[in-house]
Write a protein that binds this ligand. Sequence first.
Ligand SMILES: Nc1ncnc2c1ncn2[C@@H]1O[C@H](COP(=O)(O)OP(=O)(O)OP(=O)(O)O)[C@@H](O)[C@H]1O
Ligand SMILES: [Mg+2]
Length: 656
Amino acid sequence: MLDNLSDPVFGLVFDTVDIGLVVVDIDGCVVGWNAWMARVTRRPTQQVIGKSLYEIFPDVRNTRLPGIIEDAFQVGSSSILTHTLNALLPLQGEGGEQILHNIVVRPVSSEHDNFCLLQITDVTVAVTRERVLRDRQNARYHAIVDSAPDAIITIDDNRVIQWVNGAVDHVLGYGHAELLGQPLDILLQADNQLVSALSESSVDQKSDAAISIVGRYKNGKSGNFEISLGHWRADQRDFVTTIWRDVTERAAADAALRDARDALQRSHDELESRVEERTREREIALRQLHESQKMESIGQLTGGVAHDFNNLLAVILGSLSLLKKAVPQEPRISRLLDRAIQGAERGATLTTRLLAFARRQELKVEFVALQKLIPEMLDFLRHSVGPNIEIRAEISQEVGAIEVDANQLELALINLAVNARDAMPQGGSLTIACHNETSGKSIGLSRDPFVCITVTDTGEGMSEATLARAQEPFFTTKGIGKGTGLGLSMVHGFTAQSGGTMRIRSQPGKGTSVTIWLPRAKEGSKAANVDMPLAQPKDARSLRVLLVDDDILVSMGAADMLLDLGHSVTEAQSGPHALKLLESDAPFDLVVTDYAMPGMNGFELAQRVKERNPKLPIILATGYAELPADRSIEFGHLAKPYTSKDLAAALEKAVM
Ligand SMILES: Nc1ncnc2c1ncn2[C@@H]1O[C@H](COP(=O)(O)OP(=O)(O)OP(=O)(O)O)[C@@H](O)[C@H]1O
Ligand SMILES: [Mg+2]
C-alpha cells in the first residue's frame, strides 16, 4: 500500500482525512506525513520526510512511544496511547492551543518492507466537554456534600481520615483541617461497634443498615450517632465514606418518651388493679349487704312470730303456775302440771333465742370484766362439754371491760361451746381467747374500740356450704330434733344488737374459730354500770293495780297473777280507756301496762299518766327491745313472758 503513496488518489485521501497519519520505517525515519500533521506541527511534509521521528519531536524519546513502535516492528503488536496517561506530541490548533490526542500504533507490512503507522486522533473537544461536565458534577457534588447536615468523613483502609465535609464542625466540633490525617478512633469511644463493622464489611460485602454508636465530640463529651457506611475503591485502594447523623437529642427524647410511656403503663396497670380491687370489694360488700338484708327480713319475720308466741307463753305459764297453786296436791296432777310448765319454759327459751336473733332481745347492758366472767363460767362449760374436751382460757390483764348484757354473753359462749362439743365427738380442745382491738373499720364497724373473744375448737370444721349458711336461723346439720339451728343465729343477733359483730373461720378437718367483736366500755363507765343493790322486800301490802293490755288473754293471765299475789285489779283494754279510768277518781297505787298496743302505745300512756300524776308508779311490760332505750329508765320494767315471781319483784321495786 505504501507503494501507492505517490498515487494521486491515494495521496489525496491521505491528506484529506481528519486524523493525523505518520508512517515510520524500521529506523524510525518518517516516510509518510499527511497534511493534517503538517498543519498541527507547522511542519510541511517535505521538511520531515526522511527525518527521524525523534529528531522532529526530541521529547518523544522519554515517552512510551519509542518502545511501542519498537514492539510493533518486533512482535507486530498494536497499541493505543491515550492523552490521559501519557504526554504525547506537541500539536497545536490554529489558535496555538494544545491539541489533546490519542495515538494508535500499528505495524504495516508490504511485500518488501515493514512500517509502522501512527494514527493521531484529536480528542480535544470530547475531553474538554468531559472536563466541563466533570467540573459541573463536582460542583454539584460539593454543594450537596457541604450543605448536608450530617458529618461526612472518608477514611482509608487504615482508618485514617482522608476527607471531611463542612458539617464536621457543627456535628462533632472539629474544624475542617483538624481531622484530616487523624485516626478515625479519636471520634469513637473504646470498644466501638463501628470498628468491628468496618473490619467485617468491605466493598464486596456491603451492609446497608445504619449502625448506632456512642461517639465523642471534640469537647470530650459523648453523643449518640447513627452511621451509614459506603465502601469504594480507587487506584487499587479501599476507602470508606461514613455519614454521621447526631441522634443524641432524639435518643434523649426517645428515652424520655419511653420513660413517660413506662410511667403511663405503670399508672394504667395500677389503675386497673385498683379498679379490680374496688370491683372485688364492691362485690363482697354487695354480697354482705344481700346477706344482711336477708337476715334482716328473716329477723323481722321471726321477731314478729316470736313476739306473739311470747305473749301466749306468758298466758300459759301464768295460768299453769296459778293452777298449780289452786289444785290439790295430788302427785299425778302436779307431775302433769310440772311437765306442762317445763314445756312452756322450753318454748319461752326458744322464743328468747329467736328474739335474740331478731335483735329484739331486751338487753340489760352492763359493765363486764372478762377476766372475771369467763373463768367463773369455765366450770359450767366443762360440765356442758364433757370430760373429753379440754377447755383453756387465755385472757390477759390488759383486755378491757366491755359493755354488754352479761347473761346474753354467757348464753352466747355456751352456744359456741356446745357447737364445739358437737364438732368434737372424739374429744379435743377448746380455747377461749380475748384481745383488745382498737378499730373495727376493717370489718365495717364504725364505733371503736372493741374486745374480740375467739372460741376455737379442734373439731371437724365446716364445709364451705355449711360455713356460708351457719348463721342462718334454723340452719342445722344435726338432724331433726337434735339441733334447732338457732345457736349461731342467737350469737350473731346478740353481737349485732350490742354494736359488734361475729366472724367464723372454719375448714373441714381443721377446726373452727368463731370471733365475736363486742364494744369496749368507755372510760369511767364502770361506776355507772355497777348493779344497784336490790331493795329489801317491804312488808307485803295489797295494791290497787290498773292493768292495761289490748290482748284479753294476756290481760286475764296477768290479772289472775295479781289477784293471786293479793292485789286488786282493774283491767283496761287500751291507753285511752286507762286514762278515762284514772280520771274517774278511782284510786290506784300502780299502773302495769303493755307496751305494744295499737293507737297509743304503753310508753305514750306512761308519759301521759306521769304528766297528771307524777307520783303514780308505772311498770311497762315489753316482749322485746321496742322501748326507746334512753327513756325506759323513767319507768319500771317487766320482761315478757314473766312469771308470778317476776311480777311480784317488779311491783316491789316500783312501789319501794
Ligand atoms: N364449732 C363448729 N364446728 C363445726 N360446725 C359447726 C360449729 N358451729 C356450728 N357449726 C355448724 O353450723 C350449724 C348451725 O349451728 P347452730 O349453732 O346455729 O345450730 P345447731 O348447733 O345446729 O343447733 P342448736 O344450736 O340449736 O343446737 C351446725 O348445725 C353445724 O353444722
Ligand atoms: Mg348450736
